[in-house]
Design a protein around this ligand. Sequence first.
Ligand SMILES: [Zn+2]
Length: 204
Amino acid sequence: MNADLALQKLIEGNQRYVSATTDGAELTTTIKRASADEGQKPFAVILGCSDSRVPAELVFHRGLGDLFVVRVAGNIAAPSQIGSIEFACQNFGTELVVVLGHSHCGAIKATVDALISDPESISPNVASIVDRVTPAVLPVVAKQEHADHSDLIHNAMRANVEHSVMNLQLRSPELRNLIDEGKLKIIGAEYSIETGVVDFYGDD
Ligand SMILES: [Zn+2]
């Protein structure tokens, strides 16, 4: 399935989720039981946050085998995430990757707050996440430190999504090749916890 068709399916799935035209029963009847013989053929890869309020399959109203989902706090693109996405795109021919940020992201807030005020002490493992978010968020904080806090967090979240998109494009020759061959699109998007709506960047 090409990237444009895959994106259309995600948009339509999110519309079903937002409008609550289904209680989920429809989803369970349309899901495909995974077969070891048939393998998998996910039509989109989602790099999303671990936040419990943003499960990709639910917000896009998709079933088993539809989405290859990589979740990590702050939807960062560290080597293991990039490797997971390379694996999916190369082995399953998936042509769309969506980096999905969201409102009220704890990883973004922690990073912004650490830049503005004295950081709380965090473990080295948590710091490895904050350190990946910081380069994306730093220019936003430098420019808008005195802006409204919720605006600042939103702009930082968006910058972090765009930073992950860029990292996927620049740090993986394999993904780059697929993009150059017209076999892959990588786009950013954000999920609103308040409304349930996914807004795709550059989708106009
Ligand atoms: Zn988050």
